[in-house]
Ligand binder design. Structure first.
Ligand code: NAD
Length: 355
């Protein structure tokens, strides 16, 4: 198969980790006789510096013309004081919106080899769930204003959800659960928010259409606690944009390191955006220290969900497992008796384990 992949290295550790994913994709292309053509896209801080905006139109068009998009991360302290429209993450929000990517899947799986890296004491029952996060609605996409009221600044952010936005993400959660352990937990704040009350009503309607799936509601504050107390109870967690953002970061840490977790963002078609869930980690950028596994596993998700390459995706996941079995670890997951490797050495090891 011939596929064009838009690559967005971005900022901070982004270029280092995307380079490792490309090594792995090239190994897969060779093994399975595919041709992957890469189009590099500037987005985020690098695009602000080079082009004066976080997602120039020509760059967005490259993404829309590709078969799928792989992203490292964007952002960094040097752009923190920029005005709102010139923030690196504006590029990412604009890209998600322009590609219609309303569904964000974030698996949280504990690799048995990394059990010691989990901060939880009792993980004997394992951790294996997926957060299905709504991605282009809610408070991140409502209007944001700051105005002077009676002499003092007052800030307002609008949170809005329509029935159709809730229903389409809900359906994905139930369909995902059908392929897993058939359990959906919907997370909201229905004791306070109108958006959550509508969310809950639609989820209950959907639950009637999926009688084979066990369904429950959970308030977001309780969900934050339950993730730490008994993470094994979850199979599919479905939630709105901001709650999903926060809970999936919490979930990632339970599995040992934020550097291990991939994500996919998809809309109606097969083209998606695949990225690790972490940010640009400015504290370790340029030091060849970052863990590239989240990005490499994101590339595996891209092969599976965008290109229908199941065997190729499994080959990458098995290669990661093989390398962890050899006790190779980047610094974030380093443990006694293991060999510490750099970001690029980890990429080399996984690429060669794919062959
Ligand atoms: P972060 O995820 O970049 O880093 C948090 C901590 O995790 C840091 O200590 C970092 O060193 C560590 N870490 C992250 N990824 C790692 C990896 N692959 N290997 C090893 N350690 C890793 O979050 P932050 O510090 O809050 O944000 C830094 C910048 O990233 C900010 O500008 C923020 O806006 C941006 N950000 C971007 C995205 C994105 O591009 N999708 C997501 C979150 C944050």
């Amino acid at each position: 198969m011939n596929k064009t992949i838009a690559l967005i290295p971005g900022d901070g550790i982004g270029p280092e980790i995307v380079e490792q994913a490309v090594k792995v994709l090239n190994a897969i292309a060779k093994k399975f006789s595919h041709t992957f053509t890469y189009e590099t896209v500037d987005m985020g801080g690098i695009a602000i510096d080079k082009w004066g905006e976080p997602l120039p139109k020509a760059m967005l068009e490259k993404c829309l013309a590709s078969d799928s998009v792989l992203l490292g991360a964007v952002g960094g302290p040097q752009w923190d004081s920029m005005p709102g429209h010139l923030r690196p993450e504006k590029g990412l929000l604009a890209l998600r919106s322009a590609m219609g990517l309303y569904c964000n899947l974030r698996p949280a799986t504990l690799w048995p080899q990394l059990a010691a890296a989990s901060p939880l004491k009792d993980i004997s029952q394992g951790i294996d769930f997926v957060v299905v996060r709504e991605l282009i609605g809610g408070i991140y996409f409502g209007s944001h204003t700051t105005e002077l009221v009676e002499g003092q600044p007052v800030a307002t952010d609008i949170m809005r959800y329509s029935e159709s936005e809730i229903r389409r993400i809900g359906k994905i959660a139930f369909e995902t659960a059908r392929k897993r352990r058939k359990k959906v937990t919907s997370v909201d704040k229905a004791n306070v928010l109108d958006t959550s009350r509508l969310w809950r009503k639609i989820m209950h309607e959907l639950a009637q259409e999926y009688p084979d799936v066990e369904y429950s509601d959970m308030l977001v504050d309780n969900a934050a606690m339950q993730l730490v107390k008994a993470p094994h109870q979850f199979d599919v967690l479905v939630t709105e944009n901001m709650f999903g953002d926060i809970l999936s970061d919490e979930a990632s840490m339970l599995t040992g390191s934020i550097g291990m977790i991939p994500s996919s963002s998809m809309g109606e078609g097969t083209r998606g955006l695949f990225e690790p869930i972490h940010g640009s980690a400015p504290d370790i950028a340029g030091k060849d220290l970052a863990n590239p596994v989240g990005t490499i596993l994101s590339a595996a998700m891209m092969l599976r969900y965008s290109f229908g390459m199941e065997q190729e995706a499994t080959t990458i996941e098995q290669a990661v497992s093989t390398v962890l079995d050899k006790n190779f670890r980047t610094s974030d997951t380093m443990a006694e008796g293991c060999t510490q490797v750099s970001c690029s050495q980890m990429g080399d090891a996984i690429a060669s384990a794919c062959c």
